[in-house]
Design a protein around this ligand. Structure first.
Ligand SMILES: Nc1ncnc2c1ncn2[C@@H]1O[C@H](COP(=O)(O)OP(=O)(O)OP(=O)(O)O)[C@@H](O)[C@H]1O
Ligand SMILES: [Mg+2]
Length: 364
């Protein structure tokens, strides 16, 4: 069991920041996901926690103990990489035994632990095979077993499913989550796939350009993104973000649309906006409600059937496209002109200059 604290931890390569000063507490038993696009500093963060990369500044505490300069082997943290670096000339059993042998464990302990972990991962029947004879998913199970068998205080995983095909990814995702629920080992999991992050994380750390953009539960980052970056990055498609002009409780939007600020937002916005001016209206596709007396009007640009619902691509002004969910039963031929409203509690507003979200007392 472990709590991991990062205090103003940063990493520079030459003059370039890979990770800007970062404060983060990873709670005991938590499954924390580091999410962000390529090059944002996820792997570097993980490597600093493990001790494989030295910090440029800041402190790392493991259960309150300062391990900033401790050797990786003194941190009791296991690392699983994207590419399962198994020893090709050793059997699965020998690969899994390796870290325990390195620790000088007895033969009996090694046998017992291998039995436990291979039952957990359902690889007992594969233990005699070498990696070359295993499928990608089974190789990754063996790699996970090798990391788990040590019973580390914490568990770091860097895109461990990245090399697997879609079907395996999904089943391994569920297995890793189940393992975590069984073992409660503090886990930090890196991915650039927001769907994976939403499905797996107790909390998600959204990073971009070496900076932590937001730390929150999947529901928080989805419903209350702190910045335009998070609003766009989370969700498939991301949040609709429409530039407009705010004045007197109204937002003027493209295509001659005029959206009255919902009553629950009026006071908050009035207090936070120094004067009338540019603003960005944000809403998720499911916040749109198609109704003949809605205040907004748009034209259907395309419609995709997603099985249980239709995803409409709407245009306010013939150019920019936004997404709205509609029921599966209704048909919206291309070119249909329709009106819609927005669920007032799901509407968000962003500062067009700082790109940060405005707060609403009642937003949830
Ligand atoms: N050893 C290094 N020397 C110089 N620059 C590095 C080194 N390692 C990483 N970087 C740079 O630091 C930044 C962050 O890299 P990092 O590998 O942490 O990103 P990442 O979020 O893991 O990306 P990806 O999703 O592609 O794995 C990148 O700009 C990268 O080029
Ligand atoms: Mg990486």
């Amino acid at each position: 069991m472990a709590t991991i604290e990062l205090q103003q931890v940063e990493k520079k390569f030459g003059e370039v920041y890979a990770v800007k000063p970062m404060d983060l507490t990873i709670r005991d038993g938590e499954f924390l996901v580091l999410l962000g696009p390529s090059g944002c500093g996820k792997t570097t963060t993980l490597r600093m926690i493990s001790g494989l990369e030295a910090v440029t500044a800041g402190r790392i505490l493991l259960n309150g103990r300062d391990v900033t300069w401790a050797h990786p082997s003194d941190r009791d943290i296991a690392f699983v990489f994207q590419f399962f670096a198994l020893y090709p000339h050793l059997s699965a059993r020998q690969n899994i035994a390796f870290p325990l042998q390195a620790q000088g464990e007895s033969r009996q302990t090694i046998d017992r632990r291998i039995k436990e972990v291979s039952q957990l991962l359902r690889i007992e029947h594969l233990l005699h095979l070498r990696p070359g004879a295993l499928s990608g998913g089974d190789q990754q199970r063996v790699a996970l077993a090798r990391a788990l068998v040590r019973r580390p205080a914490a568990f770091l995983m860097d895109e461990p499913l990245g090399a697997l095909d879609a079907e395996f990814r999904e089943s391994m995702r569920a297995e890793i989550k189940r393992l975590h629920l069984d073992q409660h080992a503090t886990s930090v999991y890196v991915t650039h796939d927001q769907i994976e992050a939403m499905a797996m994380g107790d909390r998600i750390v959204v990073m971009s350009s070496a900076v932590v953009q937001q730390v929150g539960t999947p529901a928080e980052v989805y419903h209350n993104p702190r910045s335009l970056f998070v609003a766009r990055f989370i969700g498939s498609p991301g949040m609709n973000l429409i530039p407009g002009d705010y004045a007197d409780g109204m937002v003027n939007l493209p295509g001659g649309n005029c959206y009255p600020v919902p009553p629950i937002w009026q006071r908050s916005l009035h207090n936070q906006m120094a004067r009338a001016g540019r603003i960005i209206l944000g809403f998720r596709p499911e916040a749109a409600q198609i109704s003949s007396d809605g205040p907004l009007h748009a034209e259907v640009y395309a419609a995709d059937l997603h099985g249980s619902y239709n995803m409409l691509h709407l245009s306010l002004d013939g150019k920019d496209i936004l997404h709205a969910r509609a029921s599966r039963q209704e048909h919206f031929p291309i070119g249909t002109k329709l009106r819609f409203d927005l669920h007032p509690e799901w509407v968000r507003f962003f500062n067009a200059d700082t790109e940060l979200a405005y707060d609403c007392e009642v937003a949830s």
